[in-house]
Design a protein around this ligand. Structure first.
Ligand SMILES: *Cc1c(COP(=O)(O)O)cnc(C)c1O
Length: 362
């Protein structure tokens, strides 16, 4: 029998996530490994979120609240918008996919910086549309180059701020210039998965501007600063007309009950967020200083991770680090053959990484 696969899907390359720690440890015969590869919060989830999940567990025979009413209300309050402006997703990956399926007619184009988040391309192709990858200018997203690539076919532009995997960022002025050149029919997805880490006050923060421009959709996640990556929950803030379309096509129970209750609790625990940010900022500073002292080049970041140029084949360094029980990300598939992406861990984890890297590069 011949499988009739929907146009475009066969050219999608399967996303290869970092291996789970347990599997790597078995494969390499190591233990107590350190994972600085997926930009997670090393401080763990908020204890309030853990407690909320424990309290919710005995109700898991029930379907979750399909409209995530409580969390939606809290987010609306936090950002001073209406509940109608918010859509919760099974991770922001879910929202990226919903947006692509709802707003990319077959044959239309979606612009995205490259390298950037791999899920954009996968979602765009699975919607039957065409990803147009616009190279970074060095390590940063160049909004004026992106604007130059807009055509009549462009239906959507993905912007990642700060960008993954480079940690680079763009300012509110750059964004405003970009918006001026944007045709009326183009949607802008501002993916701000790492915005909580950003310290530069000039950085473009889509939720700090008035929500009057319907073309701008903000995506946020509980996976990074809020430490809930394993539960899968993210959200989008957008015009009610856009939200209404996403609600029509999303799964009615796309966000599970544990994730909803954990996210609502995590949002209230500002102390845990602040403490996490402090530890992570210290971690980034420490790592960058140590690496610079080793004669390596690190790149500026507003996120909880950064690129370091190890000045030799990073894939080999990555493997040698694995054997030392330290997991980071090699950037060859992103076109940076001599770079590793490392996120800040706890102090002990950062020390382990530096010691292992010194050994590997010696
Ligand atoms: C991690 C990340 C996300 C978040 O994905 P979730 O599905 O919410 O876990 C979104 N965008 C970028 C750029 C990321 O790095």
């Amino acid at each position: 029998m011949k499988l009739n696969v929907v146009e475009g899907i066969k050219s999608i390359k399967t996303y290869v996530p970092g291996k789970p720690v347990g599997e790597l440890e078995r494969e390499y015969g190591i233990s107590e490994s350190v994972k600085l590869a997926s930009n997670e919060n090393p401080c763990g989830p908020s204890p309030l979120a853990v407690k909320a999940v424990q309290d919710e567990l005995s109700r898991m025979n029930r379907y979750p609240d399909g409209s995530a009413c409580e969390l939606t209300g809290r987010l609306a309050g936090k950002f001073n918008v209406k509940p109608e402006n918010i859509v919760i997703g099974n991770g922001s990956d879910d929202l990226i996919s919903l947006l692509a399926h709802a707003f990319l007619p077959p044959g239309s184009e979606a612009l995205m910086p490259f390298p950037s988040f791999l899920m954009y391309e996968i979602s765009v192709m699975s919607a039957g549309a065409l990803p147009v990858k616009v190279p970074l200018n060095g390590f940063s997203i160049d909004l004026s180059t992106l604007a130059d690539h807009i055509t009549d076919k462009t239906a959507m532009v993905f912007l990642t701020n700060p960008n993954n995997p480079t940690g680079s960022w763009f300012s509110i002025e750059e964004f405003n210039e970009f918006i001026k050149k944007l045709p009326d029919h183009v949607l802008v997805i501002a993916d701000e998965a790492y915005i909580e880490f950003a310290g530069d006050t000039k950085i473009f923060n889509s939720l700090a501007r008035p929500l009057s421009d319907k073309r701008v959709i903000s995506l946020r996640t509980f996976s990074k600063a809020y430490g809930l990556a394993g539960l899968r929950i993210g959200y989008g803030v957008m015009a009610p007309e856009i939200a209404d379309i996403l609600h029509r096509i999303r799964q009615p129970f796309n966000v599970n009950a544990l994730a909803q209750t954990a996210a609502a609790a995590a949002l209230e625990d500002e102390g845990h967020l602040e403490k996490s940010l402090e530890i992570i900022h210290k971690g980034v500073d420490f790592l960058q200083k140590e690496l610079t002292a080793m004669g390596l080049e690190t790149y500026p970041t507003q996120a909880n991770f950064f690129l370091v140029d190890v000045k030799t084949d990073a894939a080999q360094v990555f493997k040698a680090l694995l054997e030392q029980g330290v997991i980071v990300r090699a950037m060859g598939s992103y076109g940076f053959n001599t770079c590793l992406r490392v996120n800040a861990g706890l102090e002990t984890e950062n020390l382990r990484f530096i010691a292992a890297l010194k050994k590997v590069l010696a």
